[in-house]
Design a protein around this ligand. Structure first.
Ligand code: GLC
Length: 476
C-alpha cells in the first residue's frame, strides 16, 4: 500500500507541538516491505532543511487565484527518518523561520495543498490512501473530489485526523477564487458558519474522520468549538484512536539528550542524579520534589492558571517543593511567569522558549509533571512522563482521561476534575504527601514505566482502517 501523510509539522524537521511528534513517528511504524509511507510537509527555513541533503523530484507553478507561485518538491535523500520525506518548497510563502502566525497563513497553506495535489497528479503512481492531518490539509479531500483538474485522483480514499479542533482554518468567501475551478453546486461542502471552514470541509468530504483519543471524540460532540452538530452528523464515519509515542526516541536508557541513563531497574538513583544536574542549572534544591510544566503557554493548556498555581503552591509549601516551567506562547503568561522569578528565587524557575533537549532532561529529572489542560485532544506529555518514571498530574479531559488513572484507583497518576487553581493545588498537596511515602511512589512509577504506549498496536489500527476505507470505496 502507498500511504501519503500530509500535514504542517513533522519532528525533527519542523515542530511546534504534538502534531509534529505524531507525523514524525506514526509513519515510521507503518513503513514495511508492503507499505510505502511518504510524509509531505511545507519547506520552512529550519535547521533540518539546511543540515540535510535533498534532491528535487518535481518542479511546477501553482495557481492561487490570480497569483502564480513557482514550487518544487524536495525529497530527503538518506531516508534516515524511517519513511520518505518530501518538502514542498514555495519560497515566497514558506522560506521563513516560523511555521505559523503569518498574516498570509491562509494563502500559505492553501498553496501548499494545491502544490501537493499538483505534484501527486503528475506522479506515475496513484496513492492508495491520503491521510490528512488538521485543518492545514483540510481542503485536500474537497479539491480532489470536486475539482475537475484532479479528476484522476478523485477515487483516492482520504482520512482526516483531528489533532486540535480549536483551529479550523476559517476564511471568507471573498477568497473562494483561490481554489481551483469546481462546479458551484458543491459549494455547500466548503461552508460552515457562513465562511469557508477548512476543518469542517475535511470532516464532510473525507471518507473517515479520526480524533486522537476516544474521549476527545465524545467531548467534541458536545463542547463548544462550533462544530458539534457537524460531528454528530458524521458519527457513522468517525472514531477515536489514541496516539502512541516513539519509544525509540523516548527511552530514558538510551536518550542522547539525557545525561544519566536509567531503566526500570535503577530509576530511583538515575532520576535523582539527573535532577541534581538540572537543579544546579536552575538554582533549585534537588532533595525536594520537582514539579514541572512543559508545553505551549496557552489557555487551552491551562497555562493561564500557572502564575497563580506557582504563587499559591509556593506559599503553602514554602520550602517543600520546586516548580520549573518550560514553554512559550501567550506573552502575558510569559511575563507573569517571568515576574515571579525574583519572588521565588531558589525554588522556582522558568525557561521561555522551545528547547527539545531541555524538555527531555526535564522529563528525566522531574518527580511530577503538571498537565492542567482545559482541552487535550490526546496529549503526549503524560505518556513521555510515564516512560521516564515521572508522575503525571492531569485534569480529566480528552486523551489525559484515556491514559491516566488516579493512584487511589490503583492507577498511574494524579487526577483532578477542574482546570482551576484550587484543583491543581489540591493535587500538588496530594503529590507532596505521596512523595513522603517512598515505597508507594516507587510502585506508582514502576506501573507507569511498565505501560506500553508505543505506536506498535496503534499503527496497526490505522492500517486496518485504511484497508476498511479502501474496501468500502471499492464496493461503492
Ligand atoms: C495537538 C493536541 C494534543 C495532541 C497532539 C498530537 O497538539 O493539542 O493534545 O496530543 O496534537 O495529536
Amino acid at each position: 500500500m502507498e500511504i501519503f501523510h500530509i500535514g504542517a509539522e513533522c519532528y525533527p524537521v519542523a515542530k511546534v507541538g504534538g502534531l509534529a511528534d505524531v507525523i514524525g513517528s506514526l509513519p515510521k511504524y507503518q513503513s514495511s516491505e508492503e507499505n510505502k509511507v511518504r510524509v509531505v510537509i511545507p519547506c520552512y527555513q529550519t535547521a533540518f532543511r539546511s543540515e540535510n541533503d535533498f534532491e528535487c523530484v518535481h518542479w511546477g507553478k501553482l495557481k492561487l487565484g490570480n497569483f502564480n507561485f513557482p514550487f518544487s518538491v524536495l525529497k530527503e535523500t538518506s531516508n534516515k527518518l524511517g519513511f520518505e520525506l518530501y518538502l514542498i518548497e514555495i519560497p515566497e510563502l514558506f522560506d521563513r523561520p516560523n511555521i505559523y502566525n503569518y498574516r498570509d497563513d491562509i494563502e500559505r497553506f492553501l498553496s501548499f495543498q494545491i502544490a501537493t495535489l499538483d505534484w501527486i497528479l503528475g506522479r506515475s503512481s496513484i496513492p492508495d490512501i491520503i491521510h490528512c492531518h488538521d485543518h492545514h490539509t483540510g481542503l485536500i479531500p474537497f479539491m480532489k473530489k470536486y475539482c475537475p483538474k484532479y479528476d484522476k485522483l478523485k477515487n483516492i480514499p482520504t482520512l482526516i485526523t483531528i489533532h486540535n479542533g480549536l483551529y479550523q482554518g476559517i476564511f471568507t468567501f471573498n477568497k473562494l477564487y483561490y481554489l481551483p475551478e469546481f462546479n458551484l453546486i458543491n459549494i455547500k461542502e466548503l461552508e460552515w458558519g457562513n465562511c469557508i471552514n477548512s476543518l469542517a470541509t475535511a470532516i464532510k468530504c473525507a471518507d473517515e474522520v479520526t480524533t486522537v483519543s476516544p474521549s476527545y471524540l465524545n467531548e467534541i460532540n458536545h463542547s463548544d468549538n462550533g462544530l458539534e452538530t457537524l460531528f454528530q452528523r458524521v458519527r457513522h464515519k468517525s472514531r477515536g484512536i489514541l496516539n502512541g509515542i516513539d519509544v525509540d526516541v523516548w527511552n530514558p536508557n538510551s536518550d542522547p539528550m539525557v545525561e544519566i541513563h536509567y531503566s526500570i531497574e535503577n530509576f530511583v538513583e538515575g532520576k535523582q542524579r539527573n535532577k541534581e544536574q538540572l537543579c544546579a542549572l536552575f538554582n533549585m534544591n534537588p532533595t525536594k520534589p520537582l514539579f514541572s510544566f512543559i508545553g505551549r503557554l496557552y489557555n487551552e493548556k491551562g497555562a493561564d492558571l500557572l502564575p497563580k498555581v506557582v504563587t499559591s503552591a509556593l506559599t503553602t509549601f514554602e520550602n517543600e517543593i520546586n516548580i520549573l516551567i518550560l514553554g512559550y506562547g501567550d506573552v502575558e503568561i510569559e511575563n507573569q511567569l517571568t515576574q515571579l522569578l525574583s519572588v521565588y528565587n531558589g525554588k522556582y524557575n522558568v525557561y521561555i522558549g522551545y528547547n527539545e533537549e531541555l524538555a527531555h532532561k526535564v522529563y528525566a529529572s522531574s518527580d511530577f509533571i503538571l498537565i492542567p489542560s482545559r482541552t487535550e485532544p490526546c496529549g503526549l506529555n503524560q505518556m513521555y512522563a510515564l516512560r521516564y518514571g515521572t508522575i503525571p498530574i492531569v485534569r480529566r479531559t480528552g486523551g489525559l482521561k484515556d491514559t491516566i488513572i488516579d493512584y487511589e484507583d490503583n492507577g498511574n497518576g494524579i487526577c483532578h476534575d477542574e482546570a482551576s487553581v484550587e484543583d491543581v493545588c489540591d493535587s500538588i498537596q496530594r503529590a507532596v504527601d505521596l512523595f513522603k511515602n517512598k515505597e508507594n511512589i516507587k510502585q506508582i512509577r514502576i506501573k507507569g514505566m511498565s505501560e506500553d504506549h508505543s505506536w506498535k498496536n496503534v499503527s496497526q489500527e490505522y492500517l486496518e482502517l485504511y484497508n476498511l476505507i479502501i474496501a468500502k470505496k471499492y464496493e461503492s
